[in-house]
Structure formats: structure tokens, C-alpha cells
Design a protein around this ligand. Structure first.
Ligand code: FPP
Length: 256
């Protein structure tokens, strides 16, 4: 069981100094992460790209644990975009098999720690064998309430919006005034979730890459040059410290 922070952070360490700067009552409720740089990490070491993704899975484990221990309520990870299908066939199939391995190995970690798994993206494009596992773990963890781990798979922000519009055209009446920002949000894959407060991107790129386009309207962005396989709890804590130093005004002139 992931207990709180006691025994997890070494007293006097760099992490300890960072944790002390964080107000645990003002954490972002929802943190979304664009996990980038696996390929570059591998290349720097003369390894295959898939080795980079494998190392990236360890960072996933570490950040899931850190988020749960700190008390973040929703953690969304961009694990496979609709554009990722353009990669070489072997890399694509290795990515899906890494995900299957993660589910096999870590489903019990989710269960034991009261974590819920939720998949967002176009499910019908996900390989059947992986989808079956994903849906099983989603079902088994559906009642867990400590934190929701959202995996964005076969995900694209624009197609999420188009899918919502298609639903409106198919299911709703024709009264345009009945549509509000709130009701539209309720038609997205993230319907049950709060919008991200903090968006982290690794490996230094300053792009949003078609990720949660609607939902990140007011998110604070934090970009680090650290490549995803090197991303550790220390970096996550740095992101939280900087997030708390920002003034969130949501268009107002005063912080809210
Ligand atoms: C981006 O790095 C990363 C991905 C496209 C995939 C992310 C997948 C994982 C971290 C592993 C499996 C996931 C889970 C949830 C267990 P890149 O390949 O684009 O890196 P590059 O820009 O340096 O080439």
C-alpha cells in the first residue's frame, strides 16, 4: 500500500526540501502529462527506441506512486496518440505490448492502492487483445476512489471534439441554445473528470500535440528538458512547487 509521504522521502534529501515547499492543501486536482523523449533517451545510449519506452514505463510507475502518495486526485498520461500509428510497425506493436505488460504487472498495484483506471481515446481503434485487458482493469478498479489514473490511448484532442459534435447531432434535438460549455464538456471522453490544473511536458518541446485541447484552456503548463525515462519524483515535486508559485487568474485581474 502506498502510505502517505512518510518513509517515502528521505529526510534531508533534495525531495524533502521540495516537499516542504509544497502546500498539500493546494495541490492541482488533475495533473496531465505529455511523456516525451523516450526515443532520444534511447538514442543517447545507443539503445533501440523500444528500450526507451521500456524505461519510460518505470517513470510511469514512479509518477503514479508519487501522485497517489501526495494526494493528487487525477493523473492523465498521454501514452499513445492517434498520430503514433505512423511509427514503424514494430515500434507500434512493442508499445502496445508494453502496455499489456504494465496492466498484467501493475493491475494489483492499482487495486491495492484504491486507484481507478480510466481509458480515454477512440477505443474501437485499440488492438482487441489490449482493449480486453484494459476494460477488465477498468471494470475491476471502477469503485476505487483515491486517485484516477487516466491513460490516453489512440487519443487525439480534435477527434475527441468531433466525436462529441457527432453525438450531439445524433442524439440531441436541434435547439442550439441548449448547448453550453458545461454540457459540451459532459460529452467529451473526460466527462466525469475535472479539467487539468497542471500540464507537464518532458523533453523540452513547447507544443500541446493535440492533447486535451478543450480541457487545458486554463491549465498551467510546465515544461522540463528532462527526458521522460529520466523523469523522477524529484522533477514532479519541482513542477508542483512552480505550479503553486503561479497566480491563476482565469481571465480575472485578481488571483482566484
Ligand atoms: C514519447 O516519446 C512517448 C510515447 C509516444 C509513448 C509513451 C509510452 C510509455 C511511456 C510507455 C508505456 C506506457 C505505459 C502507460 C506503461 P518519443 O518516442 O516520441 O520520444 P522522442 O520524441 O525522443 O522520439
Amino acid at each position: 500500500m502506498f502510505e502517505s509521504l512518510e518513509g517515502y522521502i528521505e529526510p534531508g534529501s533534495e525531495e524533502d526540501v521540495l516537499v516542504r515547499r509544497i502546500d498539500l492543501t493546494r495541490l492541482p486536482r488533475h495533473v496531465a502529462v505529455i511523456m516525451d523523449g523516450n526515443g532520444r533517451w534511447a538514442k543517447q545510449r545507443g539503445l533501440s527506441r523500444i528500450e526507451g519506452h521500456r524505461a519510460g514505463s518505470d517513470s510511469v510507475r514512479e509518477i503514479v506512486e508519487a501522485s497517489a502518495r501526495l494526494g493528487v486526485k487525477v493523473l492523465t498520461l498521454y501514452a499513445f496518440s492517434k498520430e503514433n500509428w505512423r511509427r514503424p510497425r514494430r515500434e507500434v506493436s512493442e508499445l502496445w505490448s508494453l502496455l499489456r505488460n504494465y496492466l498484467k504487472k501493475d493491475a494489483h498495484v492499482l487495486m491495492e492502492n484504491d486507484l481507478r483506471l480510466l481509458v480515454i481515446g477512440q477505443k474501437n481503434g485499440i488492438p482487441k487483445i489490449v482493449l480486453k485487458e484494459l476494460e477488465r482493469v477498468e471494470r475491476e478498479t471502477a469503485v476505487n476512489g483515491r486517485m484516477t489514473v487516466v491513460l490516453a490511448l489512440n487519443y487525439g484532442g480534435r477527434s475527441e471534439i468531433v466525436d462529441a459534435v457527432k453525438r450531439i447531432l445524433r442524439e440531441r434535438g436541434t435547439d442550439p441554445d441548449a448547448l453550453t460549455e458545461e454540457s459540451f464538456s459532459g460529452l467529451l471522453y473526460t466527462a466525469s473528470l475535472p479539467d487539468p490544473d497542471l500540464l507537464i511536458r518532458t523533453s523540452g518541446e513547447l507544443r500541446v500535440s493535440n492533447f486535451l485541447l478543450w480541457q487545458i484552456a486554463y491549465a498551467e503548463m510546465w515544461v522540463t528538458p528532462v527526458l521522460w525515462p529520466d523523469f523522477r519524483k524529484k522533477h514532479f515535486l519541482q513542477a508542483l512547487v512552480e505550479y503553486q508559485q503561479r497566480e491563476r487568474r482565469f481571465g480575472d485581474i485578481r488571483p482566484r
